[in-house]
Design a protein around this ligand. Structure first.
Ligand code: FAD
Length: 387
């Protein structure tokens, strides 16, 4: 059960305190992060201009969400069934884990009975751009931004003046001090397609000897978009690429890291991979894009208020550290593979997320117990799963 203190904390984290703001905001980038931030700005009342560079393509990995994203879209009159009808998404009811901890298999359904979805990034993003351009005060401009200049009166991009700018320009950004993840897991991934799919409405998280594999099911097309994830320190890149020879759709490498600040100056903030990226576990990234977008929208009505900047940046750091502890929580029992990767990560997970941490800001008690019992080989009512 939630006690009063926890309830108040959750209220503080998740209640939308978007302030009314009718000024001009620019976003650099039109990837998933930008497009999931736009509803927060629309709700605040801002005029929105989005600069993007058609020479720099969006990351475009198949993506999975949690119900926070569905709520964000509902606020701009978009519903999952529309995406399903257009064949650009599939329903998601939770995550199915194979081989994690002491379980052969366990399910993590969304505790609230809410729904989420998996989507084909390029089609989904195109659909959102059309929806925002047609129905809201959003202008998309295909123009590379080389320089952002800020002074007391405003922030300037390609000759136009704005009240604030949000950088959603992906991994290429180098606008701030980045902190390496204190709990590094996988840092590389090969994406490929599998026929047929394994689960109808669950994202699959399958432990492998090198790390884990995600499978996003699209039952209508009888296929899964998959990613084989590993850490370059423990696994040989060449042998993994060889294993997937002829099937590799993309090969991605990243340095798990986060910006030390969300609001980086009086008029500039970051979102998406420009702000943080750790790993795809549980599709937490898009959840946090929505949470942090609301926090940026909350700031807009208070531009220049240093106390507000400090308190939002502190809230952001606390959420990031909580997020990393939630990731570590999943690794506390290792997996069925006793390889160097899993032995190392299990040891570090128990240091980073000791047993006396019994709740998280983000996870409800329901989520906490599902994962705890799942990795211990039990389901959430305490029955053994491996019979
Ligand atoms: C293997 C893998 C799997 C993932 N799976 C999931 C998942 O299932 N769920 C999830 O929530 N997240 C997932 N993620 C996280 C995923 O990376 C992000 O959700 C998403 O791609 C965010 O991208 P972005 O919008 O920050 O940047 P990008 O998609 O890289 O977009 C950057 C944008 O900025 C523009 N741009 C860049 N520079 C300039 C410039 N100078 N001027 C103008 N425009 C510019 C580009 O044109 C582009 O529009 C996964 C990541 C990886 C690596």
């Amino acid at each position: 059960m939630l006690n009063e203190e926890k309830t108040r904390e959750l209220f503080e984290q998740f209640t939308t305190k978007i302030t009314y703001f009718t000024g001009d905001v620019a976003i650099i980038g039109k990837g998933t992060a930008s497009l999931l931030m736009i509803p927060s700005l629309i709700r605040s009342g801002a005029n929105i201009t989005i600069f993007h560079d058609s020479e720099t393509k969006e990351l475009g990995v198949g993506e999975s969400t949690v119900p926070t994203v569905q709520k964000q879209l509902t606020s701009v009159n978009l519903f999952i069934y529309q995406l399903i009808k257009k064949n650009i998404a599939s329903y998601k009811t939770g995550v199915r884990f194979f081989g994690w901890g002491d379980s052969e298999k366990f399910d993590h359904p969304f505790g609230s009975n809410d729904l989420a979805f998996h989507f084909y990034t390029r089609d989904f993003n195109k659909f959102l751009v059309e929806h925002y351009s047609k129905n809201f005060n959003c202008k998309f401009i295909d123009q590379k931004v080389d320089k952002v200049f800020e002074d007391d009166g405003g922030v300037y991009i390609n000759g136009s003046k704005f009240d604030a700018v949000v950088h959603a320009s992906g991994w290429s950004e180098n606008l701030t001090t980045y902190i390496s993840s204190p709990f590094e897991t996988v840092n590389s991934g090969v994406t490929f397609t599998e026929y047929p799919h394994t689960a109808y409405t669950s994202t699959v998280h399958r432990a492998t000897e090198d790390g884990w594999q995600f499978e996003l099911p699209y039952p209508e097309s009888n296929k899964s978009r998959c990613g084989y994830l590993f850490n370059r320190k423990f696994s040989n890149e060449e042998s993994i690429l060889k294993k997937f020879e002829g099937r590799v759709e993309s090969y991605l490498k990243w340095n798990p890291r986060y910006s030390e600040k969300l609001i980086v100056s009086k008029r500039q903030a970051l979102i998406g991979n420009a702000l943080f990226f750790f790993e795809p576990l549980q599709a937490f990234s898009t959840h946090y894009y929505c949470v942090f977008s609301d926090m940026i929208a909350e700031y807009l009505g208070n531009i220049g208020d240093q106390k507000k900047i400090d308190s939002l940046n502190t809230r952001y750091t606390n959420l990031i550290l909580d997020y990393l502890r939630v990731i570590a929580f999943h690794y506390k029992k290792g997996s069925k593979y006793k390889t160097p990767y899993w032995i190392d990560i299990q040891k570090r997970a128990n240091q980073f997320c000791p047993d006396d941490i019994t709740s998280f800001r983000f996870f409800t008690d329901f989520d906490y117990n599902i994962i705890k019992n799942g990795i211990n080989g039990e389901n959430f009512i305490g029955e053994t799963l491996n019979e």
